[in-house]
Design a protein around this ligand. Structure first.
Ligand code: HEM
Ligand code: SF4
Ligand code: SF4
Length: 410
């Protein structure tokens, strides 16, 4: 997420609640280990109360309750149990908040990953069982304790630098990570605009928005349609998927729309030298094709970069062929880990015809009947430029130059 810059703007809430979720998960582990009341719990209690005692919260220092076995109150366990249960509930509440502005969140991992994790976890717990240490005894100093450093990494740190140092260090670390969206904010691209003259309220932009960027509301302009699309700038990631979703070309984002991309494609293809193979590449800006110089030096190739591959309406791929390209290549993010979550999925489904707007396959097959429809796709991240160049060369080597000279587009 950091590398992709996906932590500010419309996903600020996801970022902030994500950081809080890490804190609550640590609290869940810590209180759980406390309840076991073994020698590890004894160390946790001592270090936790040392840290809490320097905060002006409690009248009596909490560490006093650990002076001897007889001064230990059962109330402490009820309090820890309470926080343990609250942390579990807190995780549910914060996960809900976390994905609140993400459309169709994938809450369950893919099945193979789920089963592999379950099997591995079962195996690891058999091979290295998490055993309790010796029972806690406040009248003795704990010996030979195995600390779980995943949840308790702060304990050795606090033992070395003291509670004031540890609280300052972790407090500053937390604040820096929590406020990262603020420090690393960038100038926002303008949000998309809906031109109501062309919007018929079909809802496809709303269906395709991967976040919370579009709402449908009752028509306000008297046009004979039930609804109209409205962009919510603060819920919008500026991915452009709505631009590619709109059959009517009603949505424009930062100068990109069906209406502006169409002439841009024609112009770029016409500018390529005639007589040789011409390949049009439409690239997501985070993909291999969006990197500076990615396809420099490849003759006969025009590359147009868009925010996400879902910005491309399938008609534009078809139009590339109609405008004279011998092959059109759509380059998105790698299959897993798309910057805007659903871009690749929407592109594939539009091209195979299972999602609106669909590629008008009949007209494309007319253009290029012998060797498939002339439209290719690739999922390639910023580091996969070599794979992209290899595919472009392959497309060029299989194509007959000039086969699709401008037809039927005026
Ligand atoms: C208990 C820990 C966490 C859980 C269960 C969790 C769960 C999720 C889920 C289910 C999604 C939606 C993913 C999708 O459908 O594409 C998501 C998105 C997100 N998460 Fe988390 N997350 C956790 C921790 C974090 C942390 C620590 C951060 C960062 C500080 C974070 C930041 C984000 C962001 C920014 C998104 C939106 C990503 C995008 O741009 O599409 N999450 N999270
Ligand atoms: S996809 Fe286009 S026509 Fe359909 S609701 Fe959205 S803006 Fe309107
Ligand atoms: S650009 Fe469009 S599809 Fe993307 S988040 Fe914004 S409103 Fe949604």
């Amino acid at each position: 997420m950091l590398l992709n810059g996906r932590f500010g703007g419309n996903v600020t809430l996801a970022w902030l609640t994500g950081v809080i979720l890490v804190g609550i998960s640590l609290a869940e582990g810590l209180t759980g280990y406390f309840l076991v009341w073994d020698q590890q719990a004894q160390i946790i209690a001592r270090e936790l109360f040392r840290a809490l005692d320097i905060l002006p919260i409690f009248g009596e220092p909490l560490s006093r309750s650990l002076l001897s076995q007889s001064s230990m109150s059962n109330m402490l366990f009820f309090i820890m149990l309470f926080f343990h249960i609250m942390a579990a509930i807190g995780i549910l509440v914060f996960v809900w908040l976390h994905v609140n502005r993400v459309a169709r969140p994938r809450l369950a991992p893919p099945k193979p990953l789920l089963y592999a994790t379950l099997i591995l976890t079962a195996l690891v717990s058999v091979v290295w069982p998490a055993k309790s240490n010796l029972q806690a005894d406040l009248d003795a100093i704990p010996t030979q304790v195995n600390l779980d450093l995943f949840y308790l990494f702060w304990v050795p740190a606090q033992q070395i630098i003291g509670p004031v140092g540890a609280l300052t260090l972790f407090g500053i670390g937390f604040l820096v990570v929590f406020t990262l969206p603020y420090w690393l904010r960038r100038r926002a691209t303008p949000a998309p605009i809906v031109n109501l003259d062309f919007c018929n309220g079909c809802r496809q932009c709303y269906e395709d928005c991967p976040y919370d960027g579009i709402v449908m509301r009752p028509r306000t302009d008297g046009a004979p349609f039930a609804e109209e699309a409205v962009v919510k700038a603060d819920g919008c990631a500026r991915c452009g998927a709505c631009v590619g979703a709109c059959n009517s070309g009603a949505i424009e984002m930062d100068g990109l729309s069906l209406r502006t991309l169409q002439p841009a494609i024609e112009e770029r293809i016409r500018a390529l030298p005639s007589g040789g193979v011409r390949v049009l590449v439409l690239s997501c800006q985070a993909s291999a094709g969006g990197q500076a110089g990615a396809i420099d030096g490849l003759a006969g190739v025009a590359n147009i970069t868009v925010p996400c591959i879902a910005t491309v309406h399938p008609f534009l791929a078809e139009y590339g062929l109609l405008a004279g390209a011998d092959g059109v290549l759509l380059v998105g993010c790698p299959a897993e880990g798309g910057v805007y979550r659903l871009g690749n999925q929407w592109m594939e489904q539009r091209l195979e015809g299972s999602r609106h707007p669909r590629l008008r396959s009949t007209s494309v097959w007319e253009v290029n009947p012998s060797e498939g429809n002339g439209i290719f796709t690739l999922g390639a991240g910023a580091g996969e430029i070599a794979a992209l160049r290899a595919l472009i060369r392959e497309i060029a080597s299989k194509s007959d130059p000039g086969k699709h000279e401008m037809r039927g587009t005026g």
